[in-house]
Design a protein around this ligand. Structure first.
Ligand code: SF4
Length: 281
């Protein structure tokens, strides 16, 4: 049995959210640079140049990549032979987020009551915590700082199984078309297929954090990702919504078993400030 103080989790969460809000991942940056290289529209080239310059400026100055520093989403995968000591695990995660957003002068974006008062909690908490278990003694943390310009454009479609592959592709393109310029394109699209009304969006959210350029290991899903990417990029929405060749940098799909009567499809849209990271604790 491995003993792990919850303060180690707190510190890891703090470090991760400070890092991902200030430095874009190399995969996202490479995809953006490749989009710039092949772009022919002067307006889209200008937009893509601004975005790549913004990545460099954030890294150089330590300022956040975007004014919307997001809702903090934590996926914590815990080995079943780990015993947390020294306090409350959930509170340690919240404290890590609290400290990161305070230390980085990141915008606090969470309101306590979503409908009536909408009073800011003042510390970007509560963060969303998804806890899952696996055999062994490892503890892995994956964090996403999710801006809501793009989160608001995410969709779920409860399709019948007969909708098939074409139905899934249509759902993806409908979500992207209806989003238009709102999610700050070029976007990263996560697709969750299967599960139920709650699992599909979780798969889609996790899919947005898969490294860009890495297709699903199942060739059928890899082909679906590529076809969806091609169709999205034919919409012509383009960088910042002003036209051009690249509306999406990447599409990642994940799937889970589902009921014989259904085929949920969730489309999670993430903006060009696709901020995520993973560390072992
Ligand atoms: S959608 Fe992304 S890039 Fe646009 S404002 Fe929100 S966090 Fe920033």
């Amino acid at each position: 049995m491995r003993e792990l103080p919850v303060s180690a989790v707190r510190d890891a969460v703090r470090r991760l959210f400070l890092d991902i809000n200030r430095k874009i991942g190399p995969d996202v940056e490479a995809a953006m640079r490749s989009a710039l290289e092949k772009e022919i529209s002067p307006a889209a080239r200008y937009a893509l140049t601004q975005l790549t310059d913004n990545y460099a400026a954030a890294e150089e100055t330590g300022l956040p990549l975007c004014q919307d520093t997001g809702m903090a989403i934590c996926f914590l995968t815990v080995g079943q032979d780990v015993h947390f000591t020294g306090g409350d695990l959930n509170e340690a995660v919240q404290q890590g987020v609290r400290e990161a957003y305070e230390e980085g002068y990141f915008r606090k974006s969470i309101v306590e009551d979503p409908l009536f008062e909408r009073k800011n909690t003042g510390d970007n908490c509560p963060a969303v915590l998804h806890l899952s278990m696996e055999p062994g003694e490892s503890v892995r943390l994956m964090g996403i700082a999710k801006g809501f310009g793009s989160e608001n454009m995410s969709r779920i479609f409860m399709l019948p199984p007969a909708a098939g592959e074409e139905g899934v592709l249509n759902a993806i393109v409908i979500a992207v078309r209806e989003a238009g310029p709102n999610p700050c394109p070029p976007i990263v699209v996560g697709v969750g297929i299967g599960g139920d009304f709650e699992i599909a969006p979780l798969l889609a959210k996790r899919a947005t954090a898969r490294p860009l350029g890495v297709h699903h290991p199942d060739p059928r899903y890899a082909a679906l990702e590529q076809t969806a990417l091609d169709r999205i990029n034919r919409t012509g929405i383009g960088a910042a919504g002003i036209g051009g060749l690249t509306t999406a940098l990447w599409v990642s799909a994940e799937y889970a078993p589902t009921h014989i009567a259904g085929m949920p499809v969730a489309v999670c849209i993430c903006c060009h400030a696709s901020r995520h990271g993973e560390i072992a604790i």
